[in-house]
Design a protein around this ligand. Structure first.
Ligand SMILES: *Cc1c(COP(=O)(O)O)cnc(C)c1O
Length: 378
């Protein structure tokens, strides 16, 4: 039998027959971008779905981070996590801001709030945490620190689409939060993203910044950028929204099977659902304890690849290990021991809405069969 690859994700595509009439309508309207009909409809629909009053669409998930920093006039130093996709820190760098990495909490993978205060200096202006894998940050503790020191908080919520804590949207936390709708995310518009803010005046400012700084036909009031989402992807996004809850329900089933099958495999750990949290099951990371499992993370990772199971080592290496950031004072291994440990042990297993149960079981069997308790460590 020919082996098929099991990829880490598969994009959620709305049915093509639903999309074609919308394309025909766009062709009739002859309005392709710049706050068109579908752009406005999607902003409204997303505001309702995410339970936030003000949201601005973007053409990807990196520009909203960059624009949030501009809109809040963040300068100097910003405290952030090394355990994320590189776009989080790049957005600081593109704004001439110095990233200050703080270690993470192993139970969530998120910025450890107890380590933030020690990293604050007179130059610190903001905190940029990430709800990694959609695990909610300790937003209350982070806000309390921000309030004490007069700092802004911008959440990179790229993984946290639809996540709720105690029935409240995770998007309510912080001064602003950003989303990515990249093809690989739980909710996608092929490429796309959004910026959530708290009041109408700020939304106006953001909408101006994402359109070159134009306010009106001939007036440019700020050095804006082009971050606009077009009509075709906005219409796609409206359809995607109808299907995303089903996709999340399917992901949940996959997560439950993984947890059931991998429960008790020595040296393999994973997150369980947090109380009172509506998770979105964006990712299914496992953590390999080499001493207990008898194989290193990379040995298991490459064994999986040999067997056509394409997991990914998200997030390895840490952002602080990339050439641009490696020489920052906060990038030392001794400053980030937990982040290093987590990055060195993680594999994100294949996780998406179309995964066949038999594939999930095959992956779990592979992990179980590789367990080598009697390996000689001498
Ligand atoms: C995907 C992602 C981004 C960037 O989003 P793009 O839409 O690819 O620009 C930013 N932060 C995190 C944590 C991400 O996973």
């Amino acid at each position: 039998m020919k082996n098929k690859q099991i990829t880490v994700t598969a994009p959620l595509l709305p049915p093509l027959e639903e999309f074609i009439p919308l394309l025909e309508d766009i062709w009739k309207r002859k309005w392709l971008t710049n706050n068109g009909h579908y752009h406005q409809k999607l902003e409204k629909a997303l505001a309702d779905y995410l339970k936030v009053p003000y949201i601005s669409l973007f053409t990807n998930g990196t520009l909203p981070i960059m624009v949030a920093l501009q809109a809040l006039r963040i300068t100097g130093e910003v405290i952030t996590t090394p355990y994320s996709f590189v776009a989080t820190t790049h957005s600081l760098w593109w704004n001439g801001i110095k990233p200050v990495f703080v270690d993470i909490d192993p139970t969530t993978g998120n910025l450890d709030p107890d380590k933030i205060e020690a990293a604050i200096t007179s130059k610190t202006t903001a905190i940029l945490p990430v709800h990694v894998y959609g695990n909610p940050c300790d937003t209350e503790k982070i806000q309390a620190i921000a309030d004490t020191y007069g700092l802004k908080v911008i959440y990179d919520a790229a993984h946290a689409f639809g996540v709720e804590v105690d029935g409240k949207s995770i998007m309510e936390a912080g001064d602003m939060c950003t989303l990515s709708f990249h093809a690989t995310k739980t909710y996608n518009t092929i490429e796309g993203g959004a910026l959530v803010c708290r009041d109408e005046a700020t939304k106006k400012q953001i909408d101006c910044l994402k359109n070159f700084g134009f306010s009106g036909e001939t007036t440019v009031i700020a050095p804006g950028i082009n971050g606009k989402m077009d009509e075709v992807r906005s219409a796609y996004g409206l359809l995607e929204l109808k299907h995303v809850d089903n996709a999340i329900a399917k992901r949940r089933e996959v997560a439950e099977t993984y947890r059931k099958e991998l429960n008790g495999v020595e040296g393999i750990s994973f997150y369980i659902d947090m109380p009172n949290v509506r998770h979105n099951y964006s990712y299914f990371p496992i953590f390999v304890d080499e001493m207990k499992y008898g194989q290193s993370r990379d040995e298991l990772y490459f064994k999986m690849r040999e067997n056509y199971v394409l997991g990914r080592r998200y997030f390895y290496p840490l952002i602080s290990e990339f050439a641009t950031y490696k020489n920052l004072p906060s990038s030392t291994k001794s400053n980030l021991p937990t982040a290093h440990k987590v990055a060195d042990s993680v594999i994100c297993l294949p996780m998406h809405h179309e995964m066949a149960n038999i594939d999930v079981l095959q992956i779990c069997n592979l992990i179980k069969n590789n367990y080598q308790p009697h390996r000689n460590w001498n």
